[in-house]
Unconditional design. Structure first.
Length: 475
């Protein structure tokens, strides 16, 4: 006896789109059968999804929940946690989120993970994982701890090549320590996830613009610029090339220079993967001049129209493999408090509308296949981050994480319809489909506009990076 049958939808499987029934038993997909091959008596419940698109639950590999951020008066605030953001993710058809555990020199890697668990475990209504985020000047003993953590199911290590702001310390990792980290990754099957900007260029431009009195955030693209992305990406990639076996995931690619650097590395056969964000793909630096233009900003900055077009080209060439959000959920007041190049808050609330907005932009506007769309919002993240085929696939034996999109539900994104905060950077954006049913490990968690998930229902996802990803052969 099955627990649930999804009847007659257009199902996006690893092999293409098939109109069929999906049978679920317990937490996993038990059977894919021709439409009407499964009878109502075969399951405790049957949901008719005819005319709808059935896809694996979305995976956002880059979010910041319960994350500290500084506002202009120096106060440290915290973004919304996994209780709020996880609920919004489920409403939007995303079932798994990857956040960050902050690794400092004052505590062990194990203690850093435990501290982050205390923020998440009792509150999560969706599944989640962590990247381990390094801090400046990691103690020599930490590299052995990282190796142990990779083997224990925490295989992705976050590295910053800049402190981002001139008054901030503690984030930037020098290239000697990056070199040491890459050797750990290569030996233990880990993956480096990189925020790459050239710190010298960034800090030079801060000083230049402040000296010239051009401190408004609308000048952000001059500071966190395309040259910085070019230099930093190529330096990181060259360092990785010198440590055979180093696999990298370049986060939030924002410029044509980054797309080109990744493309060239992949052409050499290097295991390098690219992520962009939907705000980079749909907005440019000109949008900083709009009312409350800070809502479109994250770090690095928005770039030019040519850069925006290059990101879209990258999703076709293979240089951009995932579309993430860099989620940072705070209020509109908090998001717009900073008005300068050196105090504007990054990130924005985007996890809920991601699947609908990108369906509109990819499938409706640009003619992408459903398979490519699903790759960019779910499957590729699962493959790269060590979750596939447990996640990111509608296949027998995979977790029954499923989003059902209704392509007849059309309209515009409105903040009043969302569940995160009091604004959305996608306000007024056309949508040509919207998630109407979300299933997490076999349980219906969103249906008929209601969230049925319980706090604590989510599960931490220990991971192992697949050999084909480490060798650059999978995507």
């Amino acid at each position: 006896m099955l627990d649930l049958i999804l009847r007659g939808g257009d199902v996006v499987t690893p092999h293409g789109v098939v109109r069929c029934d999906v049978g679920i038993k317990g937490e996993t997909i038990a059977v894919l059968a021709a439409s009407e091959a499964l009878v109502d008596g075969d399951a405790l419940r049957v949901i008719d999804v005819a005319g709808k698109i059935v896809l694996p639950g979305g995976i956002d590999p880059h979010v910041h929940m319960q994350h500290p951020f500084m506002v202009p008066d120096g106060t440290i605030l915290y973004t919304q946690g996994i209780d709020r953001v996880g609920k919004a993710a489920l409403f939007g058809g995303t079932t798994s989120l990857i956040d960050f555990a902050y690794v400092t020199g004052e505590r062990s890697v194990e203690q850093s993970i435990a501290a982050r668990d205390s923020d998440f475990a009792a509150k999560s209504c969706c599944d989640w994982a962590y990247h381990l985020m390094l801090s400046s000047d990691p103690p020599p003993t930490q590299f052995a701890e990282l190796a142990e953590a990779i083997g224990a199911g925490y295989p992705t290590i976050k590295i910053f090549t800049t402190n981002i702001w001139p008054h901030r310390t503690g984030r930037m990792i020098d290239f000697g320590d990056i070199w040491e980290t890459f050797q750990v990754l290569a030996k233990t099957g880990g993956l480096g996830v990189i925020h790459a900007e050239d710190n010298d260029i960034v800090m030079h431009m801060y000083a230049k613009l402040i000296r010239e009195g051009r401190t408004g955030f609308e000048h952000m693209a001059e500071v966190h610029n395309a040259l910085s992305e070019d230099l930093s990406f190529r330096r990181i990639l060259r360092l990785a090339e010198s440590v055979p076996g180093t696999a990298l995931y370049m986060m939030h690619v924002s410029a044509a220079t980054g797309v080109a650097a990744i493309g060239e590395a992949r052409a050499k056969g290097l295991p390098v993967y690219g992520e962009s964000l939907h705000q980079y793909m749909l907005h440019t630096a000109d949008d900083y001049k709009l009312p409350n233009g800070q809502i479109y900003h994250t770090y690095p900055s928005l770039k030019s129209e040519a850069d925006r077009r290059a990101l879209w080209s990258g999703t076709l060439s293979g240089a951009i493999n995932c579309v993430a959000t860099d989620e940072l959920c705070c209020s509109l007041r908090e998001k717009t408090m900073g008005k300068r190049i050196d105090d504007t808050t990054g990130g924005n609330a985007g996890v809920e509308p991601r699947l609908a907005v990108m369906y509109t932009e990819m499938v409706q506007q640009r003619g992408y296949s459903l398979r490519r769309y699903v790759d960019l919002v779910s499957t590729n993240a699962a493959k790269i981050m060590g979750l596939y085929p447990r996640k990111g696939a509608i296949a027998v034996g995979s977790d029954a994480d499923i989003a059902v999109l209704d392509p007849t539900r059309r309209g515009k994104v409105r903040k009043e319809d969302l569940h995160e905060t009091d604004y959305t950077p996608w306000e007024g954006h056309d949508i040509f489909a919207w998630p109407v049913l979300t299933i997490l490990r076999g349980k219906v968690v969103v249906e008929n506009g209601q969230c049925l998930a319980q706090e604590g229902q989510g599960r931490y996802l220990k991971r192992k990076i697949a050999e084909e990803i480490l060798h650059g052969a999978a995507l």
